[in-house]
Design a protein around this ligand. Structure first.
Ligand SMILES: NC(=O)c1ccc[n+]([C@@H]2O[C@H](COP(=O)([O-])OP(=O)(O)OC[C@H]3O[C@@H](n4cnc5c(N)ncnc54)[C@H](OP(=O)(O)O)[C@@H]3O)[C@@H](O)[C@H]2O)c1
Length: 335
């Protein structure tokens, strides 16, 4: 027997179990040029909330009564393609089905020498590349500058703060618990960490950024960002990566940032990591080199069980994850 996770209703606020159903299905048969994949790890990501709605976006919405999909690591258990063999560990964008088929040429074989296979969904995958390109290409951090990062203890943010330190910045991270701010300070070496749930963000930020803010890597938007704009220095750069504070808030208002952008001649640029597809090798090479050299580290929160994918996903909006949130569906057969 096989199982898949379908979207059955589009949420208008926070996603919950009423919007998602686990359905029993048949194990599919691979056609010529395809492989049968057993899911090992599933990545749950905030952008999936956008795909649950049918609003215009850069990526197609999930279809109702069809499986949701996303980045996964899987094992090839049957191959009808020359390029992949049984036992190969792959990554790709696949439906949330315990067993699924895919065209071999849409999958990438993982090199286990580069790090644990889960890193291809985290620091050496989409979130790591997002951090690298958003910061380096848009943020353009320079030694001695002040970098502020919101959502700093998550998959993207925790990589951004470390690259900021490599670039020689004064780094200020904002996150939602004392455990996270302690992690940022003690493990990742940020200069200041602010718990936005218990501290007064505007006054703490002002104290943490005595020379103003040169680069703002924004993962969350909303009131946290409202507190950053008044501190922007002349020619500051804002990499607008995410806005998770508003994903579940229909008709979210604000922010009113225009006058701050004018006063500081700041640049704000939204981006999706896909904009950098042609440069992925460059990003990957930097990230894997820094990881090997011990200049980057990472944390993963791993939930066990296919049936717990929805809860792991919902948890992103509660901040239950430290670092990259993954779900372990099964173990590789050679482990
Ligand atoms: N542009 C792109 O291509 C791209 C690619 C990947 C991700 N993103 C965006 O980048 C952001 C981070 O993604 P990620 O994958 O690294 O996720 P993540 O940071 O690992 O997980 C989401 C985190 O967001 C925080 N959060 C949830 N609700 C919040 C709220 N109302 N206000 C402030 N913080 C809140 C929580 O941390 P706390 O405990 O700190 O609240 C939670 O742990 C998201 O906005 C995502 O959409 C963009």
């Amino acid at each position: 027997m096989n199982h898949e996770i379908q979207l059955v209703e589009r949420p208008t606020a926070a996603p919950s179990h009423e919007h998602i159903k686990i359905v029993e299905t048949e194990k599919p048969e691979p056609a010529q040029g395809e492989v049968l994949v057993k899911l090992l790890y599933v990545s749950v990501d905030p952008y999936m909330r956008g795909r649950m709605s049918n609003a215009k976006s850069y990526i197609a919405p999930f279809q109702l009564n069809e499986p949701m999909e996303g980045g996964v690591v899987g094992e090839v258990v049957q191959s009808k393609a020359d390029s992949l063999s049984e036992g190969d560990i792959i990554t790709g964008m696949l439906p949330w089905q315990e067993f699924t088929t895919a065209k071999a040429d849409t999958l990438r074989k993982i090199d286990p020498e580069l790090g644990p296979i889960t890193t291809s969904l985290g620091i050496l995958g989409m979130p790591g590349l997002t951090a690298y390109f958003g910061l380096m290409d848009i943020g353009q951090p320079k030694e001695g500058e002040t970098l502020v990062v919101s959502g700093a203890a998550g998959a993207v943010g925790s990589t951004v703060v470390q690259i900021g330190k490599i670039a020689g910045c004064h780094v200020v991270g904002i996150a939602g618990s004392d455990e996270k701010t302690a992690y940022l300070k003690n493990e990742l070496g940020v200069d200041e960490a602010i718990n936005y749930k218990t501290e007064d963000v505007p006054s703490r930020l002002e104290a943490a950024c005595p020379n103003g803010v040169d680069v703002y890597f924004d993962n969350v938007g909303g009131e946290i960002s409202d507190a950053v704009y008044p501190l922007l220095n002349k020619f500051a750069r804002i990499a607008q990566c995410g806005a998770i504070s508003s994903y579940n808030v229909p008709n979210a208002q604000g922010p009113r940032m225009q006058s701050y952008l004018i006063k500081s001649s700041a640049l704000i640029k939204g981006f999706t990591v896909g904009d950098y597809q042609e440069r992925f090798n460059e990003g990957f090479n930097h990230l894997s080199k820094w990881l090997k050299e011990g200049r980057l580290t990472y944390e993963e929160t791993i939930t066990e069980g296919f049936e717990n994918i929805p809860d792991a996903f919902f948890g992103l909006f509660e901040g239950t994850n430290l670092g990259k949130q993954l779900v372990k569906v099964s173990a590789p057969s050679n482990s």
